[in-house]
Design a protein around this ligand. Structure first.
Ligand SMILES: Cc1ncc(COP(=O)(O)O)c(C=O)c1O
Length: 441
């Protein structure tokens, strides 16, 4: 496939029918950005129920890391399905879970021994990290960041500070969490400029927060995304994690990296924290780990994962099908997909930077590997967010056969499968350019 094929008006007749049915029976809490009803997908190409074909630069929210239905992943799932669907790894042993744990523990950065807890989603991986941090340290307080998205279960939601709609009517949440500004250099919360700022946002934690409201010896963990995902694909400056980690260690605070979106090769390294030279104490993984099969993993240093039998578990966590999908996924990532993510990510970023020369509304182009975003502004000088432009650009791209998503308040994200080919990157860039032209002029 070289280009999208749009044969009907969108949504087409069958899609319309399904959306009508969905409106009656499916939870209204979901936020569908455009009327896409998927029938099947292969690689980066998604077919809707009316036979329209789209180029997918969303990968099911950064999840189909090996592309839709990669033959090796499908084969691994099918062959496991013939042997065992479920037994519950919390009460019984089965080989795929144990082998995957061994593999993940070996892959996780740092020399210390590690152990792995399995859940079904990103929220569950974060929830497990949240509980383990409390269990291990016996401390009640935690620190997280404005703009962070850690999931929607009550614990993970308490750490989240992305959009109020996600929290509205759910209070009281888990107490003891202090949110602090992230290193969003394009819009520095302290109005400073890197590197002259001397990483003020990090030192503020020790110099102000720990001296005024949060006793550091009561803090269990700092929860941080190596690159903020839903918050806008925000890449912190070099030194941010290193300095913050140093402060955490000084006070016996655990450093928890939420790699749910940034992990599994997407940024060109297996885990995004590797770009910053920090080894987290606990890591949360999901999304790309099993190419779309539900799986979450929380990896912790063995000396930290010292909770007792019965203290946490999940019936479905580490399901044999998901574990086999993860093993096949990891093999593909290690073989060449991670390298491809770096290469095609560079092609994509360079292409966007080129477009930035023409389109004033492209305020910032940022990211690492295939975790790339464009922040839209009304004016480059004032950086006034072009919040209204984003949905119009995404809608036009959809109508032209390109699937995109937003992140942050006014950014468009590009997070295709790591199998993306140069031609697919170029097609994405040319459709995005057309959509920009039509919306922004
Ligand atoms: C960084 C991060 N953590 C956690 C989650 C929650 O994952 P899930 O939706 O699988 O619960 C997400 C989802 O977008 C995420 O981006």
């Amino acid at each position: 496939m070289k280009s999208p094929q749009i044969k009907t008006s969108l949504p087409g007749p069958l899609a319309k029918k399904m959306i009508k049915l969905d409106k009656s029976f499916v939870s209204p809490s979901y936020t569908r950005v455009y009327p896409l009803v998927v029938e099947k997908a292969k690689g980066l190409w998604v077919h809707d129920v009316d036979g329209n074909v789209f180029l997918d630069f969303t990968a099911g929210i950064a999840t189909n890391s090996t592309g839709h239905c990669h033959p090796k992943v499908v084969k691994a799932i099918k062959s496991q399905a013939d042997r065992l669907l479920h037994m519950s790894g919390t009460d019984f042993y089965y080989t795929p879970q144990i082998i995957l744990a061994e593999k993940l523990a070996a892959m996780a950065p740092g020399r210390s021994a590690k152990r792995v807890y399995f859940g079904n989603s990103g929220a569950e991986a974060v929830e497990a990290a949240f509980k383990l941090a409390r269990w291990h340290t016996k401390r009640e307080l935690n620190i997280a960041f404005f703009g962070a998205f850690h999931g929607r279960t009550m614990g993970a939601l308490s750490l989240t500070a992305s959009k109020t709609v996600q929290k509205k009517n759910y209070n009281p949440l888990v107490p003891g969490i202090t949110h602090i500004p992230y290193a969003y250099c394009y819009r520095c919360p302290y109005n400073l400029t890197y590197p002259q700022c001397g990483l003020h946002c990090v030192h503020w934690v020790e110099d102000t927060l720990f001296r005024t409201t949060v006793p550091p010896e009561e803090v269990a963990a700092i929860f941080v995304e190596p690159i903020q995902g839903e918050g806008g694909y925000i890449v912190p400056p070099p030194g941010f994690h290193k300095e913050l980690y140093k402060i955490a260690k000084k006070y016996g605070i655990l450093y928890v990296a939420d790699e749910v979106q940034s992990g599994m090769g997407r940024t060109g390294k297996m885990f995004a924290m590797e770009h910053f030279g920090v080894t987290a104490d606990i890591m949360a993984l999901a999304k790309g780990i099993a190419s779309g099969m539900p799986l979450g993993a929380m990896i912790a240093k063995t000396k930290i994962m010292n909770w007792e039998a019965g203290s946490h578990a999940s019936t479905f966590g580490g399901n044999p099908l998901s574990c086999q999908a993860a093993m096949a996924t990891i093999e593909l990532l290690e073989n060449n997909l991670m390298k491809n993510a770096e290469k095609q990510g560079t092609r994509l970023s360079n292409g966007l930077v080129e477009l930035q020369k023409t389109f004033e509304c492209m305020g910032d182009v940022r990211g690492k590997g295939l975790m790339v975003a464009v922040e839209l502004v009304k004016n480059r000088e004032t950086k006034e967010p072009a919040t209204d432009m984003r949905p119009r650009i995404i809608k036009r791209a959809f109508e032209k056969g390109l699937l995109l998503l937003g992140c942050g308040e006014n950014s468009v994200r590009f997070c295709p499968a790591l199998t993306v080919k140069p031609g697919e990157v170029d097609t994405c860039l040319s459709i995005f350019e057309e959509a920009l032209k039509e919306v922004a002029g």
